[in-house]
Design a binder for this molecule. Structure first.
Ligand code: AKB
Length: 312
């Protein structure tokens, strides 16, 4: 059976559904600190720091694969660095350790472009590069990547990982990240026709549509062992854009849409990250290809959210 931690989160919500579609509802155990309203299918409440409870769950449900998504994101992480470190680093390390000890066959660990920092090359950031992140989220994810590599080399644990860019989805909301504006903007464009962005107009960041992120995750996990050459985490890319460019794209569909800018503390985080990512290793090793670009993602987001909000 498959275990998903952080199953209520932005990626967890959609990934759990995709896994259930692929492997059967009863084959995927969703876990999180709270049970979402209306959740159907196997679910357990789980605090990622409760190692004893995770051990019991892995044993009781005969877990063979873990998708460990529970984490505090970049912007929220800065409010309480100790707690963020504890959940992001210690929570993940205990997942790796109990996966090894309890014979779990595969682990997926989500890393992020937040592992990059101000000293990393900003354009077409290479796979192997300077990693000096400035947020506690980035520091914890970069350290996690090294632990993943360690558990693979030392114990042969089949742990696989990608560095997600900002993820754009209509199904679920992000929470506490620096790239969240790229989801909020669509909701506000449809609901109010305007959006006040917390990043400056020309802040370029790597982004990806949720469908691509989910497919990347499933393809990485399904790839034959010998194709996985990188056990820290693969760079992964689809598109890069600025808030101004996204607003222009939205205006093609909602001509009166207005964007205002009120940058806050998240601007500094965004500026510490890179603008675009070189993901040729993922493309070469396990045939990664993205489908969605800025134009097609915008069309799809507006179409799906219009249905949600009952616009015609
Ligand atoms: C965040 O903004 O913190 C996340 C990420 C890029 O990892 N979306």
């Amino acid at each position: 059976m498959i275990l998903v931690t952080g199953a209520n989160g932005q990626i967890g919500t959609v990934l759990t559904e995709a896994l259930r579609e692929a492997f059967g509802e009863d084959q995927v155990l969703a876990t999180d600190i709270k049970k979402p309203d209306g959740h159907t299918g196997p679910f357990e409440m789980l605090d990622i720091l409760n190692t004893q409870r995770i051990t019991e769950i892995v044993g009781d449900y005969n877990i063979t694969t873990i998708y460990h998504l529970a984490a505090i994101l970049s912007a929220n992480g800065e409010w309480n660095p100790q707690k963020t470190w504890n959940i992001n680093l210690n929570g993940s390390l205990s997942i790796l350790e109990l996966a090894r000890a309890q014979g779990v066959r595969k682990v997926f660990f989500p890393s992020t472009i937040a592992v990059f920092g101000p000293t990393t090359p900003r354009i077409s950031t290479p796979q192997h590069t300077v990693i000096e992140p400035s947020t506690v989220y980035g520091i914890s994810k970069a350290t996690n990547e090294l632990w993943c590599n360690y558990y693979f080399n030392r114990y042969g644990l089949d742990v696989r990982s990608v560095r997600y860019p900002g993820i754009i989805s209509y199904q679920s909301m992000p929470g506490g990240g620096t790239t969240d504006y790229a989801v909020d903007i669509f909701h506000q464009a449809l609901l109010t026709g305007q959006y006040t962005c917390f990043l400056k107009a020309h802040t370029r960041l790597p982004m990806m549509y949720m469908d691509d992120a989910i497919r990347a995750t499933l393809e990485l996990m399904a790839a034959p062992q010998e194709k996985i050459k990188i056990r820290t985490s693969y760079n992964l890319a689809a598109m890069s854009f600025t808030p101004a460019e996204l607003a222009e794209e939205i205006k093609k569909h909602i001509p009166d849409f207005k964007i205002m800018y009120e940058p806050d503390h998240r601007q500094e985080i965004a500026e510490s990250w890179t603008e675009s990512i070189d993901d040729h290793e993922a493309r070469k090793d396990w045939d990664w290809k993205h489908d969605f670009n800025l134009e097609t993602m915008t069309i799809e987001m507006l179409k799906q959210l219009k249905l949600k909000y009952n616009h015609v």
